[in-house]
Design a protein around this ligand. Structure first.
Ligand SMILES: C[S@@+](CC[C@H](N)C(=O)[O-])C[C@H]1O[C@@H](n2cnc3c(N)ncnc32)[C@H](O)[C@@H]1O
Length: 453
């Protein structure tokens, strides 16, 4: 018993360090967690606890701060970073981790305060947390159905709530925010069906005791659950699958890629769509896959090697700079462009704090600049697929309108290639905004154009 507590205690210490990096110094949550899992030799159970505690505290931070401010004389903003993060973490355990007794969450927070040599504040931490525990059923929230309520209850920065309400209305916005907070128990992966049959891959996964479930709409996808380290699975090591959200598989699904085509993927790392295109080409044709930095292109290379694709060439290349060798070379050009990422908040819990309102405009213009250049690489009659993982109209629908006015491209219907679940939307117009509420995927935008000259 003592040993178990000690393990949890040190995990909380690691969690506190990570929270300070993420919430105070703008470090990326997934990167920090990966580094910590590589650095510390934690048991599987402690790994799970660490990830849940850090991701959960980050994800619910606005609500946790709101609650702390109701019961503390010193407001969260005025507290020392260590103290506010100890309180946030403890409150997350009190409100969202049923298996941790409230008293343990409080005691461990006090111990952490002492460990951080802030003995003089242990009474403060203890007092605030004991009051919260006593009053936790009497917290006053803003009025339901208001933007303030959505902001606090779903821990979403107010500017994003306002943007979503403008675009989708208050009810749909609440559903979107809710879906971001729904725990994703299963991982979507795309199966390498050009090299293995679906049955063979599933058998290999089952032999490793992985639970394999039907995906929502992509026939080349399944959902995985109940595995410890994905990279140790035989199916992973044999290159039988690649982690990819189903929404992002739509690019390959509607691409119209045919055997022997040349596909250019101008913003390709870590390679999700490049690998899908290589799979669709089944050893024929070629994929020219590029990204800005060596660190990024190395990721594409590693994935290609593991999946065993020979028909992918990887380039370190700036998509803003014209490359004469690629003039009118692509039958299909994939422009899966840098964006605000507001569709993947459910997976990347810190993106909502890192993205700023002014980024939307900057990214929408960057997308236009990349598209102006990329269009020259498409053969006359070839296809350009423009996609993003955001749900902000300025980056999506408004850029589609801009493309139609300014580039030699015409929208083509994607209706027939879309899975049935997504067909009732705008597919016949040539684009689709996938919301995370539609099929339990990330939010994603996809549009398809044909080059006219
Ligand atoms: C949305 S991600 C691409 C995801 C990728 N298509 C996939 O499916 O795995 C956008 C990528 O654009 C890259 N990028 C940003 N600016 C770029 C530029 N000027 N030239 C090339 N790549 C760029 C980023 O490094 C990032 O990897």
């Amino acid at each position: 018993m003592t040993q178990k507590k000690e393990a949890f205690y040190s995990v909380r210490k690691i969690a506190l360090d990570l929270l300070i990096e993420i919430m105070e110094k703008e470090a990326f949550c997934d990167k920090c967690l990966h580094q910590a899992l590589d650095t510390y030799d934690l048991e599987q159970r402690d790994k799970g606890f660490l990830m849940r505690l850090v991701e959960g505290t980050v994800e619910r931070c606005i609500e946790l701060d709101y609650v702390i401010d109701q019961f503390s004389k010193v407001k969260v903003k005025k507290m020392k970073p260590v103290i506010r993060n100890i309180l946030r973490m403890a409150c997350y355990q009190i409100f969202y981790m049923d298996q941790i007794p409230d008293s343990a969450a409080c005691n461990e927070a006090v111990k952490l305060t002492i460990k951080r040599k802030m003995h003089n504040l242990k009474g403060f931490i203890n007092g605030v947390l004991r009051t919260i525990i006593r009053q936790k059923d009497r917290i006053v929230y803003p009025k339901e159905g208001t933007k303030e309520y959505l902001h606090i209850r779903y821990s979403m920065p107010e500017w994003i709530v306002v943007l979503f309400i403008e675009q989708y209305g208050i009810n749909e916005t609440e559903q979107i925010l809710q879906s971001f907070l729904t725990e994703k128990k299963a991982l979507a992966v795309r199966l390498t069906t050009s090299r293995y049959s679906k049955e063979e891959i599933i058998q290999t996964l089952l032999q490793d005791h992985v639970t394999v479930k039907e995906a929502s709409f992509a026939k080349e996808a399944v959902l995985l659950q109940d595995y410890k380290d994905m990279t140790k699975l035989a199916a992973f090591q044999k290159g039988m699958f690649q982690v990819q959200d189903e929404s992002s598989m739509l690019v390959g699904m509607i691409s119209g890629i045919k055997k022997s085509d040349t596909v250019i993927d101008i913003c390709a790392a870590p390679g999700g769509k490049t690998l899908h295109a290589a799979d669709l080409l089944a050893g024929s044709g070629q994929v020219l896959s590029a990204d800005l930095t060596k660190e990024k292109t190395d990721l594409i290379q590693q994935n290609c090697q593991r999946l065993g694709y020979q028909n992918v060439s990887v380039f370190q290349n700036d998509a803003l700079v014209y490359k004469e060798e690629w003039k009118e070379k692509a039958d299909v050009l994939i422009a899966d462009l840098p964006c605000s990422g507001l569709g993947v908040i459910g997976k990347k819990c810190d993106i909502k704090y890192k993205t700023k309102p002014e980024d939307i405009k900057v990214l929408a213009s960057l997308q236009k600049e990349i598209l102006k250049n990329a269009v020259s690489y498409v053969k006359p009659g070839g296809r350009l697929l423009f996609s993003t993982c955001t749900i902000a109209q300025e980056e999506n629908e408004k850029n589609v309108a801009w493309i139609q006015e300014n580039l030699p491209l015409r929208l083509v219907s994607i209706e027939e290639d879309l899975p049935e679940k997504l067909q009732q939307k705008t597919g016949e117009k040539g684009y689709l905004q996938v919301l995370p509420t539609m099929a339990q995927t990330d939010g994603f935008f996809i549009s398809c154009f044909e080059k006219t000259i």
